[in-house]
Ligand binder design. Structure first.
Ligand SMILES: Nc1nc2c(c(=O)[nH]1)N[C@H]1C(S)=C(S)[C@@H](COP(=O)(O)OP(=O)(O)OC[C@H]3O[C@@H](n4cnc5c(=O)[nH]c(N)nc54)[C@H](O)[C@@H]3O)O[C@H]1N2
Ligand SMILES: Nc1nc2c(c(=O)[nH]1)N[C@H]1C(S)=C(S)[C@@H](COP(=O)(O)OP(=O)(O)OC[C@H]3O[C@@H](n4cnc5c(=O)[nH]c(N)nc54)[C@H](O)[C@@H]3O)O[C@H]1N2
Ligand code: SF4
Ligand SMILES: [Mo]
Length: 712
C-alpha cells in the first residue's frame, strides 16, 4: 500500500539557491519527490539566472547522491592522510572533540585552537555564521579570511566607500564594456549573458587579461598586459585621458578629491612608459583611453585577479578612479563594479559575534596556515587543533607543502566537516558529515548582484549528515555556551541576520522570501540606477577619493568577520600608482634566472574552486591538469604539445600536460586551479606564495615565478 502511494507521489518544486562561492548566486528550482532531490533548474523568473545554470551545477542532484559522499561521523584509524576512517556515532564524535579541546584549552589556552573556514558554503546560516560565533565565544585564534577580494575591498572602500557601484544588470545599457582580469565566461556566466546582449545591441567589449581566456577570445578587443602590470596600464590610461583633454572637469571639480595631485603623479606615467612595462603598445593604450572616455556609458567589471600581485591594491585604486575622471558615473550603465555586496543589508556582527572575541586575541591569516601549523610563524601557544569546514586549504591555499607538513603533525588534533574526503579532510582525526544544498534552510550571500536569495530545506540529508549550524549548535550546547544565538533555529537565525527594517528591504521579509525565492533589493532598478550621477559616494567626504591623506592599510569586513572592523595597519601612499610584482625579472633578477616564467592560476571552467574536481563527468569536461606554454618557451625547453611537464620553484612542484599554444605569450604559463592533490602530482598551489599583497592581506597568486621542464 505504502509502496503504491509512494509510486504515485508526484514531485514538488521548491525554491533553491546555489550555495557556492560564485558571483552569480543563482536562484534555482529543486524538484523533489519523497524527500529526494530529483533534478535542479535555473529559476526562469530571476533576472540574472534567467533559467540557466552553469555546467558545474546543472546536475547538482548527482553531487547530493554521489557515492563518495561522507555520510557518517568517522574517526581516523590509519596514519594521518591515509584516508582510513571507521564509522562512529555523533555522540562519540562530539564527545571526542569536546574532550580533546578541553584538554588543549586546559594546557595551552583556547588560542591553541584555530577555526578554518571560507565561502565553500555562502549561506548566511551555514556558511558565515555558526562556527565564527562559536569559536569567538571559545576564545580561539581568529583566522582571517583573506582568500579572495580583500585587497580589492580595501582599495574600493578607500576610493569610493561601501557602494555597490555599477549594477551588473545595468551593463545592458553600456556602450563600452571593459572586463578587467575576469574570465566571465567561466566565472560570472550570468553577467556574461548580459554583456553579450549589450554587445548584440552594439556595445564594444574589451577584455584585459594576461592570456587569451575564453572570455578574451569572445571579446571585440583583447588587451594582454603581462601579469601584475595592470597598475602601469591604469596609470597610463589616467595619463592619457588627461593628456587628450578628455577629463569631465565638471564631474571632477564637484565630486572628487585630489585631482591636481593625481594629475601630477600620472604625468610621467605615459603610454610609452607603460608599454615598456606591460608590453601593450602605447598606441593601443591611447586608443583605449580615448574610447573609455568618449564611448559613454562605459562600464568596467574588475575581476579578483587584478589584486593578485604585490601592487594589486594600488592597481584597483587606479582603475576605480577612471570613471570619476571620465564622468562615466553620470550614466546608467557607466561606472565600475567590484562587489555589489556592499549594499546588501546583512548583519555580520549578529552572525559572527565579533563582540565575543576576548580582547587581545591573535589573528592568523588563512593564507598563512601552513606557516602557522609548521611553526614558521612563531605562535605562542602553538596551534594544537584546527577545525575546517567550508574550505579546502590543501588544494586552495598557497604553500601547500607546508600545510600538509603541518597537518601531518602527530600532536595536531584535526576536525573536518565535509561532503567529501577532500585533500584537507584526508588529514582529519574526526570527520563529520555535512548536509548539502537542498538539505538545509538558508539565504545565500551574494557578492555579484543585488538580489536576496532563499534556499528551501526540501530534501532529506543522506546518512547522518547535518548542516554546519547544527554541528555548532550541538558543540555550543556541550560547551555550555548560554548566548541565545547558539539556540536559534535556522529560521530564527535568518530573522536576525538580515536587516529587514532597512530601506533596501522595504516590502521584503522572510515570508516573502519563502514565497518568492528571491527579491531585488530596493536600491534602484537596473534601468534607472546611476548611484553616483551626483557624486554621493559613501566616503567620509561624499566624494571619490583620488587622493587620501593619512590612508592606512586594513582588512575589510566581512572577511575579517567584522572582528576588528577597519583596524588600521601600515600607512599607504596617498595616491594610486604602479607598484611592480615582487617576483619579477625587474624586481628580482636572480630569482628570475632560476625561475623565468610567470605563472597564472585562474579558475577551472568545470570546477568550482576545488569542488566538482572529484566528479568524473566534470573531470571529463575539464580534462587533466594542463600547463599552457608559448611555442617559444616550449621549444627552448624541448617541450612538445602533450608532454608531461613539471612546474617548479623553491616552494614546490606540480605536474601536468603541456599545451603548447599561442593563447599565452612568451614568459607566461597558465595552469588552472581546483585539481585535487590526491588525484594529481601536486597542484598549482604547491608553487604559490603565502606572501600578502600591498593591501588587505590579499593573496599573491599571480606574483609567482616558476620553471617548466619535461617530466619523465
Ligand atoms: N592558485 C590559486 N589559488 C586560489 C585561487 C586562485 O585563483 N589561484 N583562488 C582563491 C579564491 S578566489 C578562493 S575564493 C579560494 C577558495 O578556497 P576554498 O573556499 O577553500 O575552496 P573550495 O574548493 O570551494 O572549498 C570549499 C570546501 O567546502 C566544502 N563544503 C561546501 N559546502 C559545505 C557545507 O555546507 N558544509 C561543509 N562542512 N563543507 C562544505 C566543499 O566540499 C569544499 O571541500 O581559493 C583561492 N585559491
Ligand atoms: N567555473 C568557475 N567559476 C568560478 C570559480 C571557479 O573555481 N570555477 N570560482 C569563483 C570564485 S571563488 C571567484 S573569486 C571568481 C573569480 O573569477 P575571476 O575574477 O574571473 O578570477 P580568476 O579566474 O582567478 O581570474 C580571471 C582572469 O584574470 C586573469 N589574470 C590573472 N592574473 C592577471 C593579471 O595580473 N592581470 C590581468 N589583466 N589578468 C590576470 C586570468 O588569466 C583569468 O583569465 O570566480 C567564481 N566562479
Ligand atoms: S556556480 Fe555560479 S553560475 Fe553555477 S549555478 Fe552556482 S551561482 Fe550559478
Ligand atoms: Mo574567490
Amino acid at each position: 500500500m505504502n509502496e503504491i502511494v509512494q509510486a504515485e507521489a508526484v514531485s514538488e518544486v521548491f525554491y533553491g539557491a546555489c550555495p557556492h562561492d560564485c558571483p552569480d548566486t543563482c536562484s534555482m528550482l529543486f524538484e523533489v519527490k519523497g524527500g529526494e532531490l530529483l533534478s535542479v533548474r535555473g529559476n526562469p523568473d530571476h533576472p540574472m539566472t534567467r533559467g540557466g545554470l552553469c555546467v558545474k551545477l546543472k546536475d547538482y542532484e548527482k553531487r547530493h547522491y554521489h557515492p563518495d559522499r561522507v555520510l557518517y561521523p568517522m574517526k581516523r584509524v590509519g596514519p594521518k592522510g591515509s584516508k582510513q576512517f571507521a564509522r562512529i556515532t555523533w555522540d562519540e564524535a562530539l564527545d571526542e572533540i569536546v574532550s580533546r579541546w578541553t584538554a588543549i584549552i586546559d594546557q595551552y589556552g583556547p588560542q591553541a585552537i584555530a577555526p578554518y573556514s571560507y565561502l565553500g558554503n555562502q549561506g548566511l546560516v551555514h556558511g558565515l555564521n555558526g562556527g565564527d560565533a562559536f569559536f569567538n565565544r571559545m576564545g580561539a585564534t581568529v583566522t582571517e579570511r583573506t582568500f579572495c577580494g580583500e585587497g580589492s575591498c580595501t582599495a574600493w572602500l578607500l576610493t569610493v566607500g561601501p557602494t555597490a557601484g555599477l549594477d551588473p544588470e545595468s551593463y545592458i545599457h553600456s556602450k563600452y564594456i571593459v572586463i578587467w582580469a575576469c574570465n566571465s565566461v567561466s566565472t560570472n556566466l550570468h553577467h556574461w549573458a548580459i554583456v553579450k546582449d549589450a554587445q548584440k545591441k552594439g556595445a564594444k567589449v574589451v577584455v584585459i587579461d594576461a592570456y587569451a581566456s575564453r572570455t578574451a577570445k569572445a571579446a571585440d578587443w583583447h588587451i594582454a598586459p603581462k601579469p601584475g602590470t595592470d597598475g602601469a596600464l591604469a596609470m597610463a590610461l589616467i595619463n592619457s585621458i588627461i593628456a587628450q583633454g578628455l577629463v569631465d572637469q565638471d564631474y571632477v571639480d564637484n565630486h572628487t578629491i585630489g585631482f591636481a595631485d593625481l594629475k601630477e603623479r600620472a604625468a610621467p606615467r605615459t603610454p610609452e612608459w607603460a608599454e615598456s612595462i606591460t608590453g601593450v603598445p602605447a598606441a593601443d593604450i591611447r586608443r583605449l583611453a580615448h574610447e573609455m572616455a568618449t564611448a559613454q556609458p562605459v562600464g568596467i567589471r574588475m575581476g579578483v585577479a587584478l589584486e593578485r600581485h604585490f601592487g594589486g591594491g594600488q592597481t584597483i585604486r587606479a582603475v576605480t578612479c577612471i570613471p570619476a575622471l571620465t564622468g562615466a558615473w553620470r550614466h546608467v550603465g557607466g561606472g565600475v563594479t567590484q562587489f555589489p555586496v556592499w549594499e546588501h543589508p546583512y548583519k555580520f556582527d549578529v552572525m559572527c559575534r565579533p563582540d565575543l572575541i576576548p580582547e587581545g586575541t591573535r589573528v592568523v591569516s588563512n593564507l598563512q596556515i601552513g606557516r602557522a601549523l609548521t611553526g614558521e610563524l612563531k605562535l605562542d601557544p602553538p596551534i594544537m587543533s584546527m577545525m575546517c569546514w567550508n574550505s579546502n586549504p590543501v588544494t586552495q591555499a598557497p604553500e601547500t607543502d607546508k600545510i600538509v607538513a603541518g597537518l601531518m603533525r602527530e600532536d595536531l588534533f584535526m576536525v573536518s566537516a565535509e561532503h567529501f574526503i577532500s585533500d584537507t579532510a584526508a588529514y582529519a582525526d574526526i570527520l563529520l558529515p555535512a548536509a548539502m544544498g537542498a538539505e538545509m534552510e538558508d539565504m545565500i550571500l551574494s557578492w555579484g548582484h543585488l538580489y536576496l536569495t532563499y534556499n528551501t530545506k526540501c530534501a532529506e540529508a543522506p546518512g547522518e549528515a547535518i548542516p554546519n549550524n547544527e554541528i555548532f549548535r550541538r558543540l555550543a550546547a556541550r560547551f555550555g555556551f548560554e548566548e541565545e544565538n547558539f539556540k536559534w533555529s535556522d529560521a530564527e537565525c535568518l530573522e536576525h541576520y538580515v536587516d529587514w527594517a532597512s530601506p533596501a528591504c522595504a516590502g521584503i521579509d522572510l515570508a516573502y522570501m519563502r514565497a518568492h525565492g528571491f527579491a531585488r533589493l530596493k536600491v534602484g532598478t537596473p534601468d534607472d540606477r546611476a548611484p553616483h550621477r551626483e557624486g554621493n559616494f559613501p566616503t567620509d567626504t561624499g566624494k571619490c577619493m583620488l587622493k587620501i591623506e593619512g590612508a592606512t592599510n586594513f582588512v575589510a569586513p566581512p572577511f575579517r568577520q567584522m572582528y576588528e572592523g577597519f583596524q588600521p595597519g601600515e600607512p599607504l601612499d596617498p595616491l594610486p600608482d604602479y607598484v611592480g610584482a615582487r617576483e619579477s625579472h625587474a624586481n628580482d633578477p636572480e630569482l628570475a634566472k632560476r625561475y623565468p616564467l610567470n605563472i597564472v592560476s585562474p579558475k577551472s571552467h568545470y570546477f568550482l574552486n576545488s569542488c566538482y574536481a572529484n566528479m568524473a563527468d566534470k573531470q571529463k569536461g575539464q580534462g587533466e591538469q594542463f600547463v599552457m606554454i608559448s611555442p617559444t618557451d616550449a621549444e627552448s625547453r624541448g617541450i612538445v604539445d602533450g608532454d608531461r611537464v613539471q612546474v617548479a620553484n623553491a616552494r614546490g612542484a606540480f605536474k601536468g600536460v603541456a599545451r603548447v599554444t599561442d593563447d599565452v605569450t612568451h614568459g607566461i604559463v597558465v595552469a588552472t586551479l581546483g585539481y585535487w592533490r590526491q588525484l594529481n602530482e601536486g597542484t598549482v598551489n604547491s608553487i604559490s606564495s603565502a606572501a600578502f599583497t600591498d593591501m588587505g592581506h590579499a593573496p599573491s597568486f599571480s606574483d609567482n615565478l616558476v620553471e617548466v621542464s619535461r617530466a619523465n
